[in-house]
Write a protein that binds this ligand. Structure first.
Ligand code: NAI
Length: 330
């Protein structure tokens, strides 16, 4: 029997994992609400494996505790693993696996939903009509058709976003370290600077790494067209939030849509509606009429949740049977 401790479990996690686990008595899963961090890592005593999500702290301290408690496998139920100290895990002999792909269209569709919502101020329109206000003040948008979409990172999600933009009749340019051959018929690769200068819509789809950290900062913002729409559904720290605020105040952006942002760790997935936020960049961003923030929900579709559960449990079986697979990050 393999024992798995499932951190920061939400109702929808339980539902999708229990569905895939139906009829399997070789795995026992215990779901807990707590986020994984050094303080909660000791709860994994006696477990073979743990399962964690995007904002867990899987740094060296957590991993040292796991090594002491006998945890052999860390299953990330997400694609990104910037929050895992993979070097330390390898040193300690802890296997870390992730779900590199699960319905990339789920994230790309949210990216386009944010682009459309900020462009046509859908969030404002919704509230105005609910308040019996049928005026159009503050709702004027711009056309997507015929405009230029600049896609940063053309892996699985970026490629899906390119296909969606093509459907909207946009010209598509992209920047990536590696060109995606599947896109060559309708995507033109350009330098990052050229993408910044030419795009009407910029959508970020590259991973967070040393060379992508704060790739959107005041210098790169100044290189963008006035009236650009910026969308980030990848990782918050691709954007320097303070400098984004500066750019918004310079009137650089027609709209900004963020599914991820630097301060999200303390917010996901908590109801803070009754709390007074002491120092909140989120609150400052939300004060702008052309900014829309969602709470890291790109992955949140029926199809993606099922795919995540299936791959994570397959990862567990592979790890317990000592199989190395492309899903290994350590
Ligand atoms: P992927 O690995 O298929 O594609 C990433 C692309 O970024 C690759 O083509 C790679 O060459 C490119 N890249 C790497 N370094 C770059 C750089 N310095 N500049 C430009 N491009 C660079 O990954 P996938 O599946 O498309 O995911 C992209 C990101 O989306 C993930 O890293 C993750 O952070 C984020 N994500 C967000 C979700 C959400 O719920 N909002 C859900 C899933 C993923």
């Amino acid at each position: 029997m393999t024992r798995l401790l499932f951190y920061s479990a939400k109702i929808y996690d339980r539902k999708s994992f229990d569905q895939v686990l139906e009829g399997r008595d070789d795995i026992q899963v215990d779901y807990i609400d707590h986020e994984l961090e050094p303080r909660t890592a000791t709860l994994a005593e006696g477990y073979d494996a743990v399962c964690a999500f995007v904002n867990a702290d899987v740094g060296s301290e957590t991993l040292e505790i796991f090594a002491k408690e006998g945890v052999k496998v860390v299953l990330m139920r997400c694609a990104g693993f910037n929050n895992v100290d993979t070097k330390k895990a390898a040193e300690l002999g802890i296997v870390v696996k992730r779900v590199p792909s699960y319905s990339p269209e789920s994230v790309a569709e949210l990216a386009m939903a944010l682009a459309l919502a900020v462009n046509r101020r859908v969030y404002k329109a919704y509230n105005k009509v609910r308040e019996n206000d049928y005026t159009l003040t503050g709702l004027r948008g711009t056309l997507m058709h015929g405009k230029t979409a600049g896609i940063v990172g053309t892996g699985k999600i970026g490629a899906a976003m390119c296909r969606i933009c093509r459907g909207f009749g946009m010209n598509i340019i992209a920047y990536d370290k590696y060109e995606n051959a599947d896109l060559k018929d309708f995507v033109t690769y350009v330098s990052f600077d050229e993408l910044l200068a030419k795009s009407d819509l910029i959508s970020l789809h590259c991973p967070l790494m040393d060379d992508t950290y704060h790739m959107i900062n005041i210098e790169t913002i100044k290189k963008m067209k006035d009236g650009v729409i910026l969308i980030n559904t990848s990782r918050g720290a691709l954007i320097d939030t303070d400098e984004l605020v500066e750019g918004i105040r310079m009137n650089k952006f027609f709209g900004v849509g963020l599914d991820v942002y630097e301060e999200e760790a303390g917010n996901l997935y908590v109801d803070h509606s009754d709390d007074i936020m002491a120092h909140s960049v989120t609150a400052r961003l939300l004060s702008f009429p052309n900014v829309m923030i969602t709470s890291h929900q790109g992955f949140y579709t029926v199809e993606a949740l099922q795919a995540i559960a299936e791959t994570t449990l397959q990862n567990l079986t592979d790890a317990m049977e000592g199989r190395k697979t492309p899903n290994d990050v350590a």
